[in-house]
Design a protein around this ligand. Sequence first.
Ligand code: CNA
Length: 308
Amino acid sequence: INRVLRSRTRLPNFHTLDDVCEALKKAKNILILTGAGISTSLGIPDFRSSTGFYSKMRNLGLDDPQDVFSIDVFREDPSILYNIAHMILPPDKAYTPLHSFIKLLQDRGKLLRNYTQNIDNLEANAGVLPEKLVQCHGSFATASCITCKYKVPGEVLFPNLRSKKIAYCPFCAAERKALLQKYDKMEDEGIYSRRFEQINSFGVMKPDITFFGEDLPERYHNFIKEDIKKCDLLLCIGTSLKVAPVSEIVNRVPNDVPQILINRDPIDHCEFDVELLGYCDQAITWLCGKKLGWKINHKDFDKVLNSG
Ligand code: CNA
């Protein structure tokens, strides 16, 4: 976790809603950086809000809630993730008006790429094309054996995650059993064994989400350098920008590219040209519906637009 400390000179002629609308109309290569805040309206908690996942973890007595997503902790005791993952499992087929806004930019040929920190894979539900998406922290869409890397579709793991039962890799089962027997025998013979550390995660299936201590997916590194050069507008939506290296994107975008924040809470450690503080579904629906005359193709568009 890194705080992004930055002092950026704001663009001199870019500070009104009309500037935002003009930029959205003109832009051809929009880079959208999204976070957990774009999915909270579906009931998926974010991490750092007062009602977020981390405060729930603290209430469960975990000293450092980030440990749930530490690869070292997972290797030592995978049951911790299996006990809490049900809280952040993605709902089936759902997506928000904000996800549909990303699809709208894609349809209008304006979306360079959506860099999402989200692991819920809801962008796919909204029809965002895989080539337009970089899932910076992986996702629940697939899962792999932590030992042999055998990969399965993510849903295969969902029943286990919902019922808090660890899922094991079928190809590592025999070796796991043999290891368990070996360590049991050592213990019977009074030989000190490091059974806990050695075996607990052997052959355990892990959702392909990036844990603290793991590198970001290759796709992130493959695209980010060129995309930063190409982008002509940066939208940061529903993120506290506290997790590096994704948080550093805002610093790497050239200074003459307008940067807009749409977030419920202000972000003290970053400066944007325009900040729209509030719920992102409402903000973007209002901007599209009332200011730009763009209809977002989402079942709740009219409801949100008329909700004031
Ligand atoms: P975060 O640190 O929890 O910040 C979320 C931000 O969203 C906060 O600044 C809130 O103010 C803001 N926010 C919450 N609700 C809304 C809303 N309706 N409209 C506008 N803004 C809102 O989460 P980040 O994404 O910044 O942190 C990155 C982590 C979160 C990644 O590693 C993700 O994997 C992880 N995460 C993902 C999900 C998901 O996939 N849905 C859920 C929870 C956490």
